[in-house]
Design a protein around this ligand. Structure first.
Ligand SMILES: CSCCC(=O)C(=O)COP(=O)(O)O
Ligand SMILES: [Mg+2]
Length: 235
C-alpha cells in the first residue's frame, strides 16, 4: 500500500452531522432562495445556475425545479451553487456557525501540523465549503486545507472525479486517503485507486458497508491509517 500524501474529506456525515445540514443549512437556504432569485438576479453565479436549470427544464419555473431538488436532496451543481449563495449572509451575520463533530478539529490540526496534506471534496459548492470551515463554532478552520473540490470536478460516485483530483494535487491516486460516510463515493474512489475509509457515525445512522474499511470517527481513522503521524491522543 502506498504512503498517504493527501487526505481527502467529505463533509456531511463525515466531519459535520447530517442533522446540521438537514435541519439548519437546508431550511435556511430554502427560506432565503425565493427572495435571493429576485435580489441577486444580476449575480453572475445566479445567472449561470438559472441558465443551467432553464436549459435542462425549459418548460418549468426555476423555483419549482429548485424546490423539487431540495425535497429530494439532489446533489446538482446549480442547486449547490444557489444554496451556497444563500448561506453567505447567514455565515457573515453570525446566524450560521458550523458545528463540526468534536473529534474533527483536533485530528485535522494534528495531521496538518505533522505535514499531511488535506483537502475537501463535497457536493456543497467550494465557496460554501470555505464559508462553512471559515465559520465553525471553534473559529476559522480553512487554513488546514490546501484545496476545496466540489461537483465542478465531477460527481462523487464517479471514479474519474478522484483521478482528476489526484492529477490536480500532483499525487498518484494510491497516495490519497478518502474519508466519507457514503459507500458509493468510497467505491468510486477505490475504483480510481485511492485508499478509502468509511466514517460510520451512529448519530448519522450510517451503516458499515461490507468490504469497506471503516472507523467510528476521525480519531479511529487517524490511528488506523496514519499511526506514525503526531495526532493528538485526546480531543
Ligand atoms: C458546504 S457543504 C454543505 C452541505 C451540502 O450542501 C451537501 O450537499 C453535503 O454533501 P457532502 O458531499 O458533503 O456529503
Ligand atoms: Mg457525506
Amino acid at each position: 500500500m502506498s504512503a498517504i500524501r493527501l487526505i481527502l474529506l467529505d463533509i456531511e456525515g463525515t466531519t459535520l452531522p447530517i442533522a446540521f445540514v438537514r435541519d439548519v443549512l437546508f431550511p435556511y437556504a430554502a427560506r432565503a432562495l425565493p427572495d435571493l432569485l429576485r435580489t441577486k438576479a444580476e449575480d453572475a453565479r445566479v445567472k449561470v445556475a438559472l441558465g443551467d436549470i432553464a436549459r435542462e427544464f425549459p418548460a418549468r419555473a426555476p423555483l419549482d425545479v429548485i424546490r423539487d431538488w431540495m425535497a429530494r436532496d439532489e446533489k446538482t451543481a446549480p442547486l449547490k451553487t444557489l444554496q451556497g449563495i444563500a448561506w453567505e449572509a447567514g455565515f457573515h451575520d453570525g446566524d450560521l456557525r458550523a458545528t463540526l463533530y468534536p473529534d474533527v478539529l483536533p485530528i485535522l490540526r494534528g495531521w496538518h501540523d505533522a505535514g499531511m496534506r488535506l483537502a475537501v471534496y463535497s457536493s456543497g459548492a467550494a465557496q460554501a465549503q470555505r464559508l462553512l470551515y471559515g465559520h465553525t463554532q471553534e473559529g476559522d478552520a480553512t487554513g488546514f486545507f490546501e484545496a476545496f473540490y466540489d461537483l465542478g470536478i465531477g460527481g462523487k460516485k464517479i471514479a474519474e472525479s478522484y483521478a482528476e483530483i489526484a492529477q490536480r494535487a500532483g499525487v498518484l491516486p494510491g497516495a490519497i486517503l478518502f474519508l466519507s460516510d457514503v459507500a458509493g463515493e468510497l467505491e468510486a474512489a477505490r475504483a480510481a485507486g485511492c485508499q478509502i475509509c468509511q466514517i460510520v457515525r451512529p448519530e448519522d445512522g450510517t451503516v458499515a458497508a461490507p468490504g469497506v474499511p471503516h472507523a467510528a470517527d476521525l480519531r479511529e481513522a487517524a490511528a488506523a491509517f496514519t499511526p506514525t503521524l503526531a495526532v493528538p491522543a485526546t480531543a
